[in-house]
Structures are given as C-alpha cells and as structure tokens.
Ligand binder design. Sequence first.
Ligand SMILES: [Zn+2]
Ligand SMILES: [Zn+2]
Length: 173
Amino acid sequence: MKIRLDQVDEPFDWQETLKLTTSEVDRTEVVDLGEIECRGRISTASEGLLLRASLRYEQTLRCMRCLETVALPVSNELDLLIQIGKSEAADEERALEEQELGMICLEHPQLDTRPILVEQVQLGVPMKPLCREDCAGLCSRCGADLNQGPCGCLEVTDSRWGALAALQQGRSD
Ligand SMILES: [Zn+2]
Ligand SMILES: [Zn+2]
C-alpha cells in the first residue's frame, strides 16, 4: 500500500492484506507463505512519524535437518521511525545504519509499505528452521528420516566401534 503521508490525518490507521511470493521474500528456507494480515498506525513522534504495525501470517519452512516442511503461524510487531526529506540518506552505508536503528528516511512524503513488510517477513524466518526442537534429521549414510525410527546403519557403526575396541585391546596386551 502506498500512503501519502502529507495527505493523511494523524494518527492514521490502516489495514492491508498482502500476498507475497517466496521469490520476493528470497529465503530458501521458505517453501510457502500465506496471506499477510497487517494492521498499522502512523502517528506523530518527536523526530518524525512513528509507524507501528502488527503482522500475522503462516509460513511454511523446510526443516534444515530432515528436509520435511512445517507450517508455522507467525505474529510479529514492527516499530519504525519515519523521517522525510533527508536526502543524504541515499548513501548506502547510512541506509543500513538506519535499518538497524529501526528508521527510514524518505525523500518524498510517500510511504510504500510493501518493502517494509517484505523485510519484516524476512526477519521472521529463523536462522535454522526445525520441524521440532528434537528433530533427529536424516542418516548421513543412507539418507533415511531418523524421525521414523532407526535406519539400520547403527549396527554397521557399532561393529566398527567393536573393531576399534579390539584393536586397542590388542595394543595394550
Ligand atoms: Zn525435521
Ligand atoms: Zn542409515
């Protein structure tokens, strides 16, 4: 949604439903994304405008251990300070700094909420998505999903340990 900040009364409340593609979000862990329900408010702050929004959606992620997909509900909050007319913000390094501080500088009093929401969705993707905390993952030998039970490779490993133990025993004799 594009909001003309110079043409709205504050506080300005808005609501939007957004459909983002996974390529737009550009995180390989994200397999699917539900519609993003966003409610926001823009109000006057001491150093500009304050944007507050809450997002709700469902993301389907690929578990990094077993590669199964898992659908997770997400709800997150966003606080962003908006400043208008600071053209020196074009500098890339400064733009990054602003991102960290939770602020954006706009050249014109027009706000496009889409890139802001895309960024929020990206932040909502965990570094290492897991289908569950104790996911057993895949067997590194045969590729079987160990959440379904042992795959049979265990005995091979066991006998190898046995051989090593025998070797060590022989040495100490
Ligand atoms: Zn898993
Ligand atoms: Zn195996």
